[in-house]
Design a protein. Structure first.
Length: 349
């Protein structure tokens, strides 16, 4: 056998083994994705609340500090949701009128140059939508029922994530030391270095992305309020959550805001909102990310984009959210182990 063919065969079976292992790991994660999501949420909660818990624990017992931090964060989240619900309820009547008038404006706009759509086609489209909803009523009801079942799964995952966060905040360091103590002596130092590097990167990314998302949501909320676009608070909250998906989340959220602006305020305001997509994208990409995330996440934008797309393909929205911090943690662990192997055993501070 030729040396080149022998080398190719050797690499081929190794690649097959690695591919089978990766497939098996993702298959297991797919079967137990709720547990994986709950652990991820628990880690996010621990990363966000750890500084507050440590500060409170200087004067209070740690269990009481954890309780206060968790109850305060839950109350804050519920308060924001209540504000959003009150805003939507208060603007419901105005929204119905504005959306109705906005749809009529859009129809008249489509009837004019350069589109020149037939008015009968637009009215026929509305009647078709009505007939579709009437004929598929049972399907819609079954979908709503399955959505209710999905809601139960989401609430269960959130409860498990909260349970994990409690233990991570209360005694996460002790649990990690116990895990390291169960390993062989030859592996303890490397695992300890990798764990510290992973947690440092994950914490930095979590704090940074929350700061970026909060800044984006404030800018979007103020801009929409100044333009008179309804639902400014809910749309700003949508921008906050969408910012957790790098590169693509913010443009999608602002596109939703542009649709609302088009339906309620006309094409001019919608064009201004579309311009916000470019402006906020530039601020996020050239100011916020370099200042806030550069020390925690050292990834090329192309790597970030590929990670987001791959995560979305593998696990939907959850995969898109988890992909970048996962890749960042893996890269930081690799760098930490390379540094350790090059300089000899050294524990991080």
């Amino acid at each position: 056998m030729a040396p080149a063919l022998r080398t190719a065969a050797a690499y081929a079976w190794r690649l097959l083994v690695v591919g089978a292992l990766v497939y098996a790991v993702f298959s297991v994660l797919g079967r137990f994705h709720e547990i994986g999501v709950a652990l991820f949420l628990g880690l996010v909660g621990a990363a966000l609340l750890r500084p507050l818990v440590d500060l409170l624990a200087r004067r209070l017992p740690r269990p009481l500090a954890v309780t206060i931090a968790l109850i305060g964060s839950i109350a804050l989240a519920l308060g924001v949701l209540a504000l959003v619900g009150e805003t939507v309820a208060g603007e419901r009547t105005v929204l119905q009128h504005e959306f109705g008038a906005g749809i009529e404006r859009i129809e008249r706009w489509l009837e004019q140059p350069p589109f020149r759509l037939d008015p009968e086609a637009l009215s026929d489209l509305q009647s078709r939508i009505g007939r579709f909803l009437s004929s598929h009523r049972s399907t819609l009801i079954s979908t709503a029922i399955s959505g209710a079942a999905r809601l139960v799964e989401v609430l269960t995952t959130l409860a498990l994530g909260l349970f994990c966060a409690v233990f991570f905040l209360h005694s996460g360091d002790r649990h990690w030391r116990w895990v390291c103590a169960q390993l062989p002596l030859s592996a303890r130092d490397r695992v300890s270095v990798a764990g510290h590097a992973a947690w440092r990167t994950f914490t930095g990314y979590t704090h940074g992305i929350v700061l970026v998302a909060a800044t984006n949501s404030v800018l979007v909320g103020l801009a929409l309020y100044a333009l008179g676009v309804p639902l400014a608070v809910p749309l700003a909250l949508l921008e906050f959550f969408a910012a957790f998906v790098p590169l693509v989340g913010s443009p999608i959220a602002l596109a939703v805001a542009a649709v609302v602006a088009l339906a309620t305020k006309g094409p001019v305001v919608a064009a201004v909102v579309m311009a916000l997509i470019v402006v906020i994208g530039q601020i996020e990409g050239h100011v916020l990310h370099p200042l806030v995330l550069s020390w925690a996440v050292r990834l090329h934008p192309l790597v970030v984009a590929i990670s987001v797309v791959a995560g979305a393909i593998a696990a939907g929205v959850i995969g898109a959210v988890v992909a970048v911090p996962l890749v960042s943690v893996v890269w930081s662990v690799r760098q930490a182990l390379r540094t350790r192997n090059g300089r000899g055993p050294a524990r991080p501070s």
